[in-house]
Design a protein around this ligand. Structure first.
Ligand code: NAP
Length: 354
């Protein structure tokens, strides 16, 4: 079957690309977000966006932490590109909303119906998006409440919102679902796992998942700038980490100095969940010869990682943080259910509308 043709429009969404010709939605500069479903599409009413942390941080800093300017920035970005695709960080986020229209080719092939509430599982960088109104933005969490519409291609790319987890919490967790799912795959019983950005959304889920995977014989170490944040306290109080290092991961020299104290034999697996750039070297330094670095962070530079490892003569496997893994949404939500304290933390921080 040709992926790029078909009466219902391209399965991969090329029929929505405005420019440049030949691009697919993720790599395109701009998309047509008009809210009428082609036969292979699902059109949704959008209620909230979870802007990718690296992207949101960049937007907030570029606008001097001014709420009105942030709102204007997001509105202009989506109007220009027909999607929320930050050209500086290259990253997007996810949305939650309600199914408005299911294309004729999909009606018998999908498990959702008009009116169902869903969360998208594909990046906003490839999701045609129209914003009629931005109602509120939370500068702390990257949550943006909107009225608008979005288009999903083909039968996948979303999950129904669960009944037992608050919508806003599910949105926060599903945005970073790839992290706990990959940790579940990569962390072996008895292994040592280091998590950079441990007190953020993906970091917390990664630590909790790692704790369960490595077991009593293994070791989990969390690293983040401060040890007095609610997330850092949770990690220690719940025993998700055996040790916590307060460090700026951009400062590789400081991290290297601290490593013998917290990771004497270095990590078998290092997971980078940081939302700033320049942390590749610290992650590589923390990993043992022959170990694995999983770069979940959207701030990761391929060049810095590749040349950094080469410069350190470090033979490590480095994995690009694919946001998708089979069953990742279910794994991420189950991580919350398995860890009630973590669930409570997410409810307190992400569950309420500000
Ligand atoms: P988050 O909740 O904002 O957490 C970011 C973490 O990075 C926090 O623990 C933060 O610590 C820490 N951090 C910031 N500066 C640091 C530094 N200099 N040294 C060490 N730690 C530092 O972010 P998230 O939503 O979990 O996302 C984490 C990363 O994954 C982001 O880069 C995001 O873009 C990316 N992401 C990737 C995918 C994918 O598909 N691969 C999907 C979604 C998100 P403080 O809290 O103390 O500032």
């Amino acid at each position: 079957m040709n992926l790029l043709s078909g009466k219902g429009g391209c399965r991969l969404g090329s029929h929505r690309v405005i420019e440049p010709a030949g691009a697919l939605p993720q790599s395109a500069w701009s998309l047509d977000p008009s809210p009428a479903a082609y036969p292979n599409e699902i059109v949704c009413d959008v209620e909230a966006l979870n802007i990718d942390s690296a992207s949101f941080r960049q937007i907030v800093e570029a606008n001097g932490h001014d709420r009105e300017r942030v709102i204007a920035h997001i509105a202009a970005l989506v109007l220009e590109r027909g999607k929320h695709h930050n050209p500086v960080t290259g990253s997007g986020g996810m949305f939650i909303g309600r199914v408005r229209e299911i294309g004729s080719d999909l009606r018998d092939r999908v498990s959702v119906r008009e009116g169902d509430r869903i969360a998208s599982l594909v990046s906003l960088t490839m999701t045609p998006l129209r914003l009629d109104r931005i109602e509120e933005v939370d500068l702390e969490t990257g949550r943006v409440w909107v009225r608008g519409s979005a288009v999903l291609f083909g039968p996948g790319g979303y999950t129904k919102l669960p009944d037992d987890i608050a919508d806003q919490v599910a949105l926060a967790v599903l945005d970073v679902a790839g992290a706990p799912a990959q940790v579940r795959r990569l962390a072996e019983p008895g292994a040592t796992v280091a998590v950079f950005g441990a007190d953020g959304k993906s970091g917390l889920l990664a630590c909790a998942q790692a704790r369960g995977r490595v077991g009593a014989e293994g070791r989990v170490v969390g690293i983040a700038p401060r040890d007095d944040t609610p997330g850092a306290r949770l990690l220690r109080d719940e025993g998700y980490v055996d040790a916590f290092l307060a460090a700026d991961a951009r400062n590789a020299a400081d991290v290297a100095t601290a490593l013998p104290g917290i990771l004497p034999a270095l990590a078998d697996l290092t997971v980078n969940c940081v939302n700033v750039g320049g942390t590749e070297l610290s992650s590589i330094l923390a990993t043992r010869e022959g170990g694995t670095v999983y770069f979940f962070s959207m701030c990761t530079s391929f060049t810095a990682a590749a040349l950094g490892a080469e410069g350190l003569c470090k033979d490590v496997t480095m994995i690009v943080g694919n946001g998708y893994a089979t069953g990742h949404a279910a794994t991420a939500l189950q991580t919350l259910r398995d860890h009630p304290a973590l669930h409570r933390y997410f409810v307190e921080r992400y569950g309420a509308r500000s």
